[in-house]
Design a protein around this ligand. Structure first.
Ligand code: GLU
Length: 482
C-alpha cells in the first residue's frame, strides 16, 4: 500500500509554526515511506479565506523545502461531492433533516448544559416529525440542516502517537454535516476529501483529537476505509500556555523576514515534537528524512524556545558556505538601501571573505548585514553602547590608539604581523592586549563585537584601518575635552 498523507491548511492566515510542523511531519512521513504528500487548501470558509493567503502558504512551504506531489487541491471544488455524501447519509437514515429554528437551537444549548449524556433534542424533534410533515416542509422550502446520527457505543482507534484512544459516543453530539445554506461543515468535507484522495494516514495537531471520533464515524457510515490517525502534541510558549503571538513571531513568513535560514527553521520544527533518540541537534533536511520515525514523535507538548532557534540558525550559518549565503545576504544589503549589489559583488573575493568571517558569529542573515555595514560602508557609525563600554578612558585610549596607528603604518598587512605589533605595544604600555583590542574594535567597526580583530584589519585594509584609527583618536579627544 502506498502511503498517502496530506497537509490541509485553511487559507485564513499565514502558515504558522504549528501548521508548518504538521506539514513537516507529514512530508517527512511521506518521504521516508516513499509515499505521496498531497496539498489541499481548505478554502470552504469563503469569507475568511483569500488567494493572497493561499499564495503565502505555498510560498512558506516552498521556502521550507517541503515540496508536494499532488495539488494544491481546493476543498471548495468538492462541494457537489460533499453535498452528495450528505445526501447519501440522509437517504440511508444515517443522518436526518434538522429544521430547528434559532430559538430552538438556543433553548437546546441551555438544556444541554443541564442534561445528562446522550441528550439529543434535535434528533428527538426530527424523529417526532413524521414522514408526511417532513415531506411537507421540504416541499414548502423550510430551511434545514443535515445532521449526522451518531450511533451508540464507543469509537476507538490506535493513534500513531497516543496509542489506543477511546471516545464514548454518548459524548459526541449529532454533528451538522451540511448547513441549511447547502455548505458542508469541516468534518464532512475533510472525510469526503480524504476518502476521495485515498489518504492513508492523517497526521495533525492534538487540537483535532475530538474531531477524530466524529470523522471515524462518518467514514464508517459512508462505507469508506478509515485512515490511520496520529495527533501531534501542541506547541507551548515558555510560560506553558499554548503558543500565541504573545510569545513572539508565530508565522513562518516573519522568520523568513528576520533572516532565519530555512534549514535552521525545519531543523527547529523537527525537534519540536520529535526526538532523534540521541544528542544530535543539528540536522539538514535529508538527514531528518533518514532518521525520522513516527514512533519518536513525543507524546507531550514541546516548548517553543526562540533562543534555540537563534542558536540553531547560528550553527547552520556557520556550516553553510559563504558562496551559498551570498545571494541572500546581498539581497538584504540591497534592501537596506545603503549600498548596491554591484558594489558588493564587484569585489567578490573580498565580499565572500567578509561573509565568511561574519557568519561564524551571526544568528541571522540580518546579523550579517548589520555587522557587515561597518565594512561595506565608507563611514563607521559608533554604537553608543560600544562607546560607553570601551571608550571609558578616552584620554588613555586615544593616546594608545594613536601610537598603535603609528606602529601599524609600516607593518606588513597580515594577521600575524598585526598581532605582534599590537601585542608589542601592549607590552610597552604594560597592559593586556584586551585593553587595546576593545577600543580598537569600536574604532574600526563601531561595534562591541566583531570577528577576530586582526581579521577585521585585513578585511578593511591598511588605508581604511589607519583612517578609522585616526578618526577615532580625534573623536575620543573631543569626547575627552567634552
Ligand atoms: N483545515 C484544517 C486545519 O487547518 C485541517 C485539519 C485536518 O488536518 O484535518 O486545521
Amino acid at each position: 500500500m502506498t502511503v498517502r498523507v496530506r497537509f490541509a491548511p485553511s487559507p485564513t492566515g499565514h502558515l504558522h509554526v504549528g501548521g508548518a510542523r504538521t506539514a513537516l511531519f507529514n512530508w517527512l512521513f511521506a518521504r521516508k515511506s516513499e509515499g505521496v504528500f498531497v496539498l489541499r487548501i481548505e478554502d470552504t470558509d469563503r469569507e475568511r479565506s483569500s488567494d493572497a493567503m493561499t499564495e503565502a502558504i505555498l510560498h512558506a512551504l516552498r521556502w521550507l523545502g517541503l515540496d508536494w506531489d499532488e495539488g494544491p487541491f481546493f476543498q471548495s471544488q468538492g462541494l457537489s461531492r460533499h453535498q452528495a455524501d450528505a445526501q447519501r447519509l440522509l437517504e440511508s437514515a444515517l443522518a436526518y433533516r434538522d429544521f430547528s429554528t434559532p430559538e430552538e437551537v438556543a433553548r437546546d444549548r441551555e438544556a444541554l448544559i443541564r442534561a445528562g449524556r446522550g441528550y439529543r433534542p434535535a434528533r428527538d424533534r426530527a424523529d417526532a416529525l413524521g414522514p408526511e410533515e417532513e415531506t411537507r416542509r421540504v416541499e414548502a422550502g423550510v430551511p434545514y440542516a443535515i445532521r449526522f446520527r451518531v450511533r451508540p457505543g464507543e469509537t476507538v482507534w490506535e493513534d500513531l502517537v497516543h496509542g489506543i484512544t477511546r471516545f464514548n459516543n454518548e459524548d459526541i453530539d449529532d454533528l451538522t454535516i451540511l448547513r441549511s445554506d447547502g455548505t458542508p461543515t469541516y468534518n464532512l468535507a475533510v472525510v469526503s476529501d480524504d476518502a476521495e484522495m485515498g489518504i492513508t494516514h492523517v497526521i495533525r495537531g492534538d487540537d483535532h483529537l475530538s474531531n477524530t471520533p466524529k470523522q471515524i464515524l462518518l467514514y464508517q457510515a459512508l462505507g469508506k476505509s478509515v485512515p490511520v490517525f496520529g495527533h501531534v502534541p501542541m506547541i507551548l510558549g515558555p510560560d506553558g500556555k499554548r503558543l500565541s503571538k504573545r510569545h513572539g513571531a508565530t508565522s513562518i513568513a516573519e522568520y523568513e523576514d528576520q533572516g532565519i535560514l530555512p534549514g535552521a527553521m525545519v531543523n527547529f520544527l523537527a525537534l519540536l515534537g520529535w526526538n532523534p533518540g540521541d544528542e544530535q541537534e543539528i540536522f539538514e533536511l535529508p538527514e531528518i528524512v533518514e532518521r525520522f520515525t513516527v514512533e519518536r514523535i513525543l507524546k507531550k507538548s514541546s516548548v517553543f524556545d526562540l533562543e534555540k532557534l537563534s542558536w540553531l540558525t547560528g550553527r547552520h550559518l556557520s556550516r553553510t558556505p559563504a558562496s551559498r549565503l551570498e545571494p541572500l545576504v546581498t539581497e538584504r544589503f540591497a534592501r537596506s538601501g545603503k549600498t548596491s549589489p554591484e558594489a558588493l559583488t564587484g569585489r567578490m573575493d573580498w565580499y565572500l571573505g567578509l561573509i565568511g568571517l561574519l557568519k561564524e558569529r551571526a544568528r541571522s542573515l540580518d546579523d550579517i548585514v548589520e555587522q557587515g555595514m561597518a565594512y561595506v560602508l565608507h563611514e563607521v557609525v559608533y554604537e553608543e553602547a560600544a562607546v560607553s563600554k570601551h571608550w571609558k578612558d578616552p584620554q588613555w585610549a586615544s593616546a594608545a590608539l594613536d601610537r598603535l596607528g603609528e606602529r601599524l603604518s609600516g607593518c606588513p598587512w597580515l594577521p600575524e604581523d598585526l598581532e605582534s605589533e599590537l601585542r608589542g605595544l601592549a607590552a610597552d604600555l604594560g597592559v593586556g592586549a584586551g585593553r587595546l583590542i576593545h577600543p580598537l574594535r569600536v574604532a574600526l567597526t563601531g561595534q562591541a563585537v566583531s570577528p577576530g580583530i586582526f581579521d577585521v584589519m585585513v578585511l578593511l585594509g591598511r588605508e581604511r584601518t589607519l583612517g578609522r584609527i585616526g578618526r577615532a583618536v580625534s573623536a575620543m579627544r573631543s569626547k575627552g575635552k567634552g
